[in-house]
Ligand binder design. Sequence first.
Ligand SMILES: [Zn+2]
Length: 245
Amino acid sequence: MTEVLDIAKKDGRWVECPSCSEIILTRKLEENLWVCNHCDHHFRLGADDRITTLCDPGSFIELGVDEQKVEEAQETALKSGCAMICGRACFLGVMDFKQKGGSMGVAMGQKIVRLMRAAREKGLPLVFFSASGGVRVQEGIWGLFQMLRTVHARDRIAGSPVITVFTDPTSGGVTASFSSLADVLLAEPKARIGFAGPRVIESTVKCALPQGFQDAEVLLSNGLLDRIVHRRDLRETLAFFLKWF
Ligand SMILES: [Zn+2]
């Protein structure tokens, strides 16, 4: 039986839930917005799947692809553009953890700045989905500079509303820069959000951390988030906030 399941999982028809180990039909999972119907585990979404499940059908238009430099156009860890959510127009940035861990390098920094400028010029709110391991360390100091650069860009559009949705996982320099500087901070259930990883913190403070130390639920109880939103309610919740802007 196990061998049959292994074969089925390999060809992509079935997926094992990493939280409750249930074997789920991929088609069923897709219909359920990639949320386990046994334990409510929210599977990580790539940028394309996120856009498909979130935006009104066919409404997403990628931002100025022709104007972008080669490095920006090839930067696949962030998709940026404008879209409609339940009939409300907004600019949208979606990080993709499956692409280079969603890490923020120079090209992504440029894309974020361009997205913020576009939102300000058009007078539309900006919705940002963060999913990142942090700054792209391979780019050294230039990667770290992106924290300063994006915070500065956020400061310059201070009058424009920004909504951040933290998804699993968001950490490092992305948590510690522009993504935490939103007017509304939302998160998906059980999303891990933090700066350093738990093992690094444990080895520094020399004591064991409590269970779920960096879970969205703990952050909410400490006042660092405004709301935790189930994926099935995300469109309506974003539309609710967008209508105020
Ligand atoms: Zn499950």
